[in-house]
Design a protein around this ligand. Structure first.
Ligand SMILES: Cc1cc2nc3c(=O)[nH]c(=O)nc-3n(C[C@H](O)[C@H](O)[C@H](O)COP(=O)(O)OP(=O)(O)OC[C@H]3O[C@@H](n4cnc5c(N)ncnc54)[C@H](O)[C@@H]3O)c2cc1C
Length: 823
């Protein structure tokens, strides 16, 4: 009995050491003291003492005597590990090496250091950026008539293109020394947010040259001659760039592009020139129909050995002028009726000189690495920013409409059903803005945030689709009838575009977020892999042993912490934050430990097959993503000065994220490929079962109400979008009417009361108003303001109609089908 008590004490001391993340030395001291105290207190006999000491000594010696451990355990394990280590494809190696880690890695530790989160700068635009937003961006916004672009012209008018080029909208990432604007990532993001709040066509047009494309590739890898030639021309708007990677057979699997460039010699003006003969077929290329310079990815081959022995040289990137002989460019695709420039590019026997290769001859074959390295930066900004701009405008417009539009004598926003959708819009807009900003700030810190950019791209575009869908439901027919008065329908149609581009969302969720994160962000996995492959065996053994045992300790600690925190100890953890946020910080810590543990158990039990277990990988990715977004929400709340008025929306977002995390972990355990492991995970992570609930009704009511009237929270939530009243800005006009509608609501209530009491018995609303005046229910000035506001409301609620034959496009269709080719 005493022996079992002593073992129990040893176990308890070990669990305490695990929970408080003690080092091996501290664990040894703690367990030794506990054992001695136990032996003394329980007056253990000789045999019991020896047996208990043995139980303590074996693991203690194993953990403390590194030399012995390496010889008798790690050496054998290293051999097995080297054999079992899944062979990484070249593509995966590139993806792993490209990019850096920051807060995403902290979330893997099981005990994130929130000081690192708070140390990320507060978002602050430079004076140049503020001036640009107040000047050219505001002016551009006044010119943006999305309905005209999409419905009437199928393009932006020439003056809009000219204005963009003249004001260097395509040169935000180009340094000033080349004539560009040299904006920070935050500044770049702010411009995209404002423009996208008015026009998806304009935003897509601006996003592409500033994202993954010729400018960024030239800046990172171009030769001096290429930079000096192209960057000033791109800055001055003398060139419009596009970048062609995707083709009919190579979409998500972009490394499989079949387009070829064969190294050859050709006589030009009597001189023999070494160059490349290109054959390619690209599709979906944004800006291609109007591009003057085409960035192109292709497989380089050297069958005649003109450069050396290697025949397959790998993916290579080149910049090719549009008018190069053999290029077929200019046709357009129709991307869901959102009329930005997009189309195919085909090339047959296009000969280009060697110096068209980006970075010159030495960068031949490095194209994939170049693309992946640049992708994390562009992906961190373009789509998260454009989707956030759209989401903010959506929240701004839908809140106003839900207050202005009445049914059953009440603003529709007061109905609980509408409230449910409205609070989702409020909470997800907050998260989108927080995530986009935090990820852009990472770029400004010099990071190449591979995992956060995938999280931001996938989740912010996904939330934008959810939100526009909710907004459409709230608007009813008003969102459906297309025309100048419809500010939603086109955004709803276009939502799947942003889901698909720059890494389609299903693939990003299933393969990239956890797939890259697990190795990139994990504190030990990459170190272990690198150590295992060191050529010097003794160095390899030493380092591998060190990381392996740290890793084992880390997994054990996360398991212990998960279990006890699942019992409720997370409430007593030391966390930053005030009365409102402290519990949210603590929960991030709780789920970070659970995530770290689940990730390790998944990797340990599934090994290389985890790559194919996309559902498992996706669920782990969801946990990481929601932890990242929840952290971003807390950072935004803090950066904005802990505004108590914003708390309902912040709390809504946090409850949503925690609920999603718990659901993902729960589904992970229930669907784990091995049932036994799934049950084990569930018992450790949720010893008392699952408890998170989605945001409650009372909270939802408070969050939704904040969208229904002009107030500081609504202002902060939608900051940075275009709210200035201008000719084509329907939503800004609507916002103006919102304040008047709220002012006249008491009068409307008075009239309603009179109708109910029978004092007013007319049916026609205008006659009711006249009767109200006649019966002194309202005075003349109240009558006038109500008449005016009602007219303005009618204008907002109105939709467009057209002559009977307005949609007869048969002639245009006949012309089109004659010319159409299969893309
Ligand atoms: C409007 C528009 C603009 C674009 N602009 C450009 C551009 O400027 N330049 C350029 O080069 N490309 C561009 N693209 C191409 C874009 O990047 C691709 O569409 C994208 O990579 C997906 O390829 P795909 O459409 O062929 O879909 P597919 O690759 O056929 O994918 C179909 C579905 O399968 C999923 N899927 C594929 N593989 C996996 C997997 N292993 N696991 C789970 N799911 C998977 C995808 O997530 C997707 O949901 C553009 C596309 C569009 C629509």
């Amino acid at each position: 009995m005493t022996f079992l008590t002593l073992i129990g004490l040893l176990l308890a001391a070990t669990l305490v050491a695990g929970y408080f993340r003690m080092s091996v030395t501290s664990w040894t001291v703690l367990t030794a003291i506990t054992l001695v105290a136990g032996i003394w207190y329980f007056d253990a006999g000789f045999i019991t003492t020896v047996l208990a000491a043995l139980v303590f000594a074996v693991p203690a010696l194993f953990l403390n005597l590194k030399g012995v451990r390496q010889q008798y355990f790690t050496k054998g394990f290293l051999k097995f590990y080297r054999k079992a280590l899944p062979e990484l494809s070249e593509t995966e190696k590139v993806a792993l090496e490209a990019g850096t880690v920051y807060w995403d890695a902290e979330l893997f530790t099981g005990k994130p250091d929130f000081k690192k989160l708070h140390d990320i700068d507060k978002p602050e635009l430079s004076s140049d950026e503020k001036e640009f937003l107040a000047g050219p961006v505001a002016e551009l916004c006044r010119m943006l008539n999305e309905h005209e672009f999409n419905h009437d012209k199928g393009d932006m008018p020439k003056e809009v293109w000219d204005f963009m080029m003249k004001n260097k909208f395509f040169a935000m990432i180009i340094p000033k020394r080349y004539g560009g604007l040299e904006f920070t990532a935050l500044g770049h993001s702010a411009v995209l947010q404002k423009v996208s709040s008015r026009s998806a066509v304009a935003a897509a047009t601006i996003a592409v040259p500033n994202s993954l494309g010729p400018a960024e590739l030239l800046l990172e890898y171009g030769t001096e001659e290429q930079k000096d030639h192209y960057l000033p021309r791109l800055s001055q708007g003398k060139e419009i760039p596009c970048f062609g990677l995707t083709g009919p057979s190579a979409g998500s699997d972009a490394t499989s592009i079949p387009d070829t460039g064969v190294i050859c010699k050709k006589k030009i003006d009597g001189k023999e020139v070494l160059g490349i003969n290109l054959n390619f077929d690209k599709r979906y290329i944004t800006l291609a129909p109007v591009a003057t310079v085409v960035g192109l990815a292709f497989q380089m081959m050297d069958p005649d050995g003109l450069l050396g022995d290697k025949k397959q040289l790998g993916i290579t990137l080149a910049l090719i002028p549009r008018d190069t002989k053999g290029i077929d460019i200019g046709r357009r695709h129709l991307p869901l009726d959102v009329m930005f420039m997009n189309g195919p590019i085909r090339g047959k026997d296009v000969f280009i000189p060697m110096d068209y290769v980006i970075g010159g001859q030495e960068m031949i074959g490095h194209g994939w690495r170049m693309l992946v390295e640049c992708l994390s930066v562009g992906r961190a900004i373009s789509l998260p920013s454009c989707s956030t701009g759209g989401a903010k405008m959506n929240a701004f417009a839908t809140g106003a409409y839900a207050r202005i539009r009445k049914q059953f004598n009440l603003p529709i926003g007061r109905f609980e059903g509408i409230e449910e959708a409205l609070c989702r819009i409020a909470g997800k807009t907050y998260t989108s803005a927080a995530t986009a900003t935090m990820t852009a700030l990472a770029v400004d810190r010099g990071e190449k945030p591979a995992v956060p950019s995938a999280i931001a791209k996938m989740h912010v575009t996904d939330m934008a689709r959810d939100m526009i869908s909710d907004a459409m439901d709230i608007h009813g027919g008003k969102g459906i009838i297309m025309g100048p008065k419809n500010y939603l329908g086109r955004a709803w149609m276009g939502a799947p575009i942003w889901i698909t581009v720059e890494g389609a969302n299903i693939l990003t969720r299933s393969m990239i977020i956890f797939g890259q994160g697990a190795i990139r962000c994990h504190p030990y996995v990459l170190k272990e892999m690198e150590a295992a492959h060191l050529p010097d065996m003794s160095e390899s053994l030493k380092k591998f042993d060190k990381y392996l045992f740290q890793h084992m300790g880390y997994t054990f600690q996360n398991g212990v912490r998960s279990f006890f925190q699942g019992l409720g100890t997370w409430r007593f953890d030391r966390s930053p934050g005030d009365k409102f946020t402290k519990k949210f910080y603590s929960k991030i810590t709780r789920y970070s430990a659970a995530f770290g543990f689940a990730a390790d158990i998944s990797m340990l039990t599934l090994g290389g097959s985890l790559k194919k277990r996309e559902k498992t990988s996706a669920r782990l990715g969801d946990v990481l993503s929601h932890l990242y977004m929840a952290s971003a929400v807390l950072k935004r709340y803090r950066d904005q000065g802990n505004q108590s008025a914003d708390q309902p929306i912040v709390a809504w977002a946090m409850h949503h994220h925690f609920y999603e995390i718990e659901q993902a972990l729960k589904m992970l355990s229930y669907n784990f490929p091995s049932k036994g492991v799934g049950i084990f995970l569930r018992r450790v992570i949720f010893p008392l079962g699952t408890h998170e609930l989605p945001p409650g009704d009372r909270l939802g009511h408070k969050a939704a109400s904040l969208l229904l009237s002009p107030n500081e929270t609504r202002q902060r939530l939608t900051d940075g979008i275009d709210k200035e009243e201008s000719e084509y800005h329907y939503v800004a006009k609507m916002n103006h009417v919102l304040a008047k509608v709220i002012d006249t609501e008491p009068l409307e209530r008075r009239i309603l009361k009179a109708i109910k009491s029978g004092e007013i018995n007319e049916i026609d609303p205008s006659k009711q108003l006249a009767q109200a005046l006649e019966n002194d229910i309202i005075n003349k000035s109240e009558f006038n303001s109500l008449t005016k506001v009602r007219a303005e409301v009618a204008e907002i609620v109105a939709v467009d109609d057209y002559p009977f034959d307005a949609f007869d496009r048969t002639k245009a269709q006949t012309d089109d089908s004659e010319q159409s080719k299969v893309a």
